[in-house]
Design a protein around this ligand. Structure first.
Ligand code: NAG
Ligand code: NAG
Ligand code: NAG
Ligand code: NAG
Ligand code: NAG
Ligand code: NAG
Ligand code: NAG
Ligand code: NAG
Ligand code: NAG
Length: 611
């Protein structure tokens, strides 16, 4: 039978589960009077419910993006008069007419703009050797002008008529139904802007996000009031870091540094949980981060899906379901088998029970960046504080997420006390953020081995989001996403191991060629791609149609071409020109060889040092 330690472990988890199930959730809206004057139009209330109940729009986001013609109070007074509170609303045409009179079309409050620092021939892109890839990169560079938006100051002064949150500077939107700024998208958009030499647009985008932290205490998921209870992966510090490294603009960095600290404190105060381990993997209590919004109502921009999916649940189950859905949206991975208790069913979502390795690696990166930036400003106290914080946090990362048997980091599930040992590419985020003992190369190599064995690198279009192919969700197989492929590529490229670097190149090549082929066929860039088959296609699945545009996709391609433009070529040239760059690293090279190479390298280096 089980050892006493295991029994104690099981006992505590049952206790915790009982406690969590019995904890009553109250109704918390996605925005309210504390942060918006039109919450009863866009975040809750009868009008929102009726518009969705009668399915006035296929996409629920349409209605909550529509500006008001009159004030919220006038609007709701007219609505109550026309549709009395005690009568069910069943007349679709009537409600449609009401919207026609009291609302304006979505998107009409955003203005197009031309970035002032845009140039037709950015040096990093004109340096790309393959003429077709170069022409394509310059075409993508042109798309920044289509995706540039700014907000009229009238909206700042009259904000109660808009769900849009006013930001002072121009910015790049993802595209399609994503008409406003998005938080984590901005990191990869900025990587692309920097490849396009657009440092002042980069600074503008950072300034807007900084403004959000100053006003709301954190960066909301996106630029609408209905996002005011949830954030997205914390990459603002990463953006400031990239900008600072490129420009060495110390004045700007010093100006925004207190805001980065404020954002860090938000995550620490509002998104941590203490995990006590008694499984021999670390044996202690660790403070770690999770995605967990307080809201317990349907997401207004996905109201119909959320309410339909929760149809057969009782009220408490519904609140918990809505909270877990919005928390998954906070993770950026909406939705994925990663968050489902049975890895299959959306209704079994349990995001707040899952401690994500990517978020924790991002927080570790925040600590590292804050340490570095404070050091740059000469603030030793803060710098030392973050140095220590990161050193002890790395122990938590090791204890909670690392699995020595598998040789990889995984999400930790608090309900089961187990890690999710399936392959998901976010397991490479510790490599991307350098969040492990860098001298311990063995760890990076074993992760590489795990990913190789799992089949992560065996698809022609790039790295898939998971190997779970029966959920129909967009963050699962067979979709590949730019941010994930980028982090895997960069994680491998920044390692000191030649085989990992070669694999980084090969994924970059696949991702670039896949995107290129779809672009050649459709003239569009997409938010995600199907990685099966040699001619990839736009991705599918999830709760809305695949979107064109597309901010982070373009950003990743431009960044990868800026990195690899000297040796990446379109296929009919690839075989002859890039082969010499990869001696002995045919696709068959196994990670065991990586180990061998590494050991030999170390031996050789020690030999040099001893001498
Ligand atoms: C709501 O409007 C009032 C009056 O214009 C203003 O004082 C208040 O700050 C606004 N509240 C929010 C959360 O914007
Ligand atoms: C709108 O209505 C609410 C509740 O009836 C009231 O408290 C508030 O003062 C009104 N706002 C304006 C700007 O008239
Ligand atoms: C939703 O619409 C149906 C008709 O399609 C109506 O019978 C029902 O009362 C409505 N429910 C609410 C809450 O308005
Ligand atoms: C790139 O941007 C910098 C400012 O950040 C500017 O000084 C430089 O002239 C730009 N390069 C080109 C080719 O326009
Ligand atoms: C975690 O434990 C520490 C130390 O006991 C405590 O200060 C902190 O408030 C706890 N955090 C949470 C989220 O419970
Ligand atoms: C974990 O802690 C228990 C006491 O709480 C101790 O008996 C055990 O040896 C520890 N295990 C490890 C691996 O540190
Ligand atoms: C680590 O992986 C092994 C092998 O798959 C598994 O048995 C074990 O439960 C994992 N550890 C945790 C804490 O989940
Ligand atoms: C997908 O589903 C099929 C049929 O169930 C299965 O054979 C296959 O291994 C699954 N996984 C992947 C990654 O294709
Ligand atoms: C490579 O492909 C291009 C475009 O498809 C074609 O024009 C060219 O002839 C090809 N070159 C070789 C060497 O096959």
């Amino acid at each position: 039978m089980c050892s006493p330690r295991v029994l104690i472990f099981i006992f505590f988890h049952i206790l915790a589960a009982v406690f969590l199930i019995s904890a009553d959730l109250s109704e918390v809206h996605v925005c309210d009077a504390s942060n918006s004057n039109n919450s009863y139009i866009y975040c809750s209330g009868r009008l929102l419910a009726a518009v969705n109940n009668l399915s006035l729009f296929e996409d629920s986001k349409e209605f909550v993006d529509m500006p008001l013609v009159y004030s919220p109070n006038e609007t709701i007074a007219a609505f109550d008069q026309q549709f009395p509170p005690n009568e069910p609303i069943t007349d679709k045409a009537n409600l449609q007419m009401f919207l026609g009179k009291y609302f304006r079309p979505p998107g009409s409050e955003l203005q197009n703009c031309t970035p002032t620092d845009w140039i037709p021939n950015p040096p990093k892109l004109t340096a790309i050797v393959d003429p077709d890839l170069r022409a394509w990169a310059l075409e993508l560079n042109g798309i920044w002008k289509d995706l540039c938006r700014q907000i009229d100051t009238r909206i700042r002064d009259d904000h109660e008529k808009y769900s849009l949150i006013y930001v002072p500077e121009p910015f790049i939107v993802p595209g399609g139904r994503f008409r406003e700024f998005y938080y984590w998208d901005a990191y990869w958009i900025i990587k692309g802007l920097l490849a396009s030499n657009m440092t002042s647009t980069t600074r503008s985008m950072i300034t807007n996000l900084v403004d959000m932290v100053d006003r709301f205490g954190f960066v909301p998921n996106g630029g609408r009031v209905y996002y005011l209870q949830r954030s997205q992966p914390p990459l603002l510090a990463g953006m400031v870091y990239e900008y600072y490294e490129k420009t060495k603009d110390k004045d700007f960095m010093i100006k925004v540094l207190p805001t980065l600290l404020k954002e860090f404190n938000f995550w620490h105060a509002s998104r941590t949980v203490n995990v006590t381990l008694a499984n021999g993997n670390g044996n202690g209590t660790y403070t770690v981060y999770r995605y967990a919004t307080p809201s317990t109502v349907p997401r207004p921009e996905a109201y119909q899906q959320d309410t339909q999916n929760a149809q057969s649940m009782d009220e408490q189950q519904q609140r918990s379901f809505y909270q877990n859905m919005a928390s998954a949206a906070e993770s950026g991975w909406d939705f994925s088998s990663r968050w489902f208790a049975d890895k299959l069913t959306l209704q079994k979502i349990e995001t707040t029970q899952i401690i994500p390795i990517d978020l924790n690696a991002f927080m570790c990166w925040n600590m590292d960046i804050l340490q570095y930036l404070f050091e740059q400003t000469g603030d030793r106290d803060h710098s030392d504080k973050f140095l220590q914080l990161r050193a002890s946090f790395r122990l938590a990362l090791n204890a909670v997420f690392y699995n020595a048997t598998k040789g990889a980091w995984f999400d930790f599930n608090m309900r089961t006390g187990m890690q999710n040992v399936e392959f998901y590419p976010h397991m490479a985020v510790p490599l991307f953020t350098g969040c492990y003992q860098l001298l311990n190369q063995w760890k990076a190599i074993r992760l590489f081995q795990y990913m190789t064995d799992a089949g992560a690198f065996s698809y022609p279009g790039g790295v898939p989001t998971s190997l779970v192919n029966n959920t129909g969700e967009q963050w699962d197989f067979p979709n590949g996403w730019s941010p994930l492929n980028h982090m895997v590529i960069e994680g491998l490229r920044k390692s000191s191991n030649p085989d990992m670097q070669d694999q980084a190149f090969r994924i970059a090549e696949k991702w670039i060629l896949g995107n290129y082929r779809v672009f050649a066929a459709t003239k569009h860039m997409y938010e995600k791609y199907n990685v099966i088959g040699t001619v990839p296609e736009p991705g599918a699945g999830g709760e809305y149609e695949v979107q064109e545009g597309f901010g982070w996709t373009n950003g990743v391609i431009l960044d990868l071409l800026a990195t690899y433009g000297d040796r990446i070529r379109l296929p009919n040239a690839t075989t002859t020109t890039t082969a010499p760059n990869q001696p002995g690293s045919a696709a068959t090279t196994r990670p065991i060889c990586a180990l061998l190479v590494f050991s030999v390298t170390i031996l050789f280096r020690s030999y040099l040092f001893i001498r």
